[in-house]
Unconditional design. Structure first.
Lengths: 164, 138
């Protein structure tokens, strides 16, 4: 066969991008953080960003944060999470499209942790210190320790169980 | 010694193919590629499960070893050393989904070797690790 590697790669990228557009088209724009309505989703994002932790919902960070994060995946919170360019581009586009639309200071350095946003701190200010220190929680990033349905993007109150 | 090892790899691949034909085929292809590129290094003696085990369990200058996330026993589930997320067993005889997608294997060797050794793993190291994992069945 006389198909060269470069064009095979482009074909692959086109198929991946098409898949991405289709899943984005199905997704519901949801401004409410608890995600009571259907949640934006994308197969590549779910698979690639859900390997080491739950795939954190795009609406919890602004587009500038996602852009910066996707540009530094090889040094991602102390670990190498690098991706091939075509899939990284697809995921980046999905994250930015469904990002939080809250106003942010354009001069400030974008926050990379959801758990450091003002919104997160306020939403979680009733969680007692001893719960944050529980070894079953370990880190505020460990959403699934309390949000039992975090894997499917559901953070509603009725699915919260805090470790004792 | 290298003969004996490639023989045992062949046998296990044959055993796997009885259960999971597609899995064994890609596993064989992945091993072939590692062997192909390791052969170009002078003194290549084949792959060794013993060296693979040692490599897997040792640290290499950083805090993490492969076992930090994949556990000392690759037949059991591990968990991510930082995020605590569950990681399914690495031994293909226990978890037949392992090493069935060459792109996935490459992606993770790149990432994890970088975290553990701050460099890419050699074909010899990758072949040794897979040979070791293939000998684990419980």
């Amino acid at each position: 066969m006389s198909i060269d590697f470069g064009s095979a790669l482009r074909m692959f990228a086109a198929v991946v991008l098409l898949g991405g557009v289709m899943s984005v088209a199905q997704a519901d724009d949801d401004e409410h953080e608890g995600g009571r309505r259907s949640v934006a989703t994308n197969a590549a994002w779910q698979a690639e960003c859900g390997e080491c932790h739950v795939a954190f919902p795009p609406r919890l960070l602004p587009a500038a944060s996602w852009r910066e994060m996707m540009a530094g995946l090889d040094k991602h919170f102390g670990t190498d999470a690098s991706l091939e360019a075509p899939v990284a581009q697809e995921i980046g586009a999905f994250l930015e499209q469904h990002a939080s639309r809250r106003k942010i200071d354009p001069a400030a350095k974008p926050l990379l942790r959801i758990s450091e946003t003002r919104w997160f701190v306020r939403e979680h200010d009733e969680v007692p210190q001893r719960v944050w220190k529980n070894p079953l929680v370990k880190s505020p990033s460990n959403c699934a320790a309390c949000h039992t349905e975090a894997e499917s993007g559901d953070y509603r109150e009725r699915n919260i169980r805090m470790p004792k | 010694m290298s003969r004996a090892f490639s023989m045992s790899v062949l046998l296990v691949v044959a055993a796997m193919s009885a259960v999971q034909p597609a899995g064994a085929e890609t596993f064989g292809q992945i091993m072939d590629e590692f062997a192909e590129s390791a052969r170009s290094t002078p003194g290549f003696q084949g792959f060794s499960a013993a060296n693979g085990e040692q490599f897997f369990k040792a640290t290499h200058g950083n805090d993490w070893s492969c076992a930090s996330c994949h556990t000392e026993n690759p037949a059991s589930s591990g968990k991510h050393a930082k995020t605590s997320k569950l990681i399914k067993p690495m031994a293909p005889l226990v978890n037949p989904e392992r090493f069935t997608d060459p792109a996935k294997v490459e992606k993770w060797f790149k990432r994890n070797c970088n975290d553990v050794l701050e460099r890419a793993c050699t074909a010899q190291e990758k072949g040794d690790v897979l040979t070791y994992l293939l000998t684990i069945n419980k």
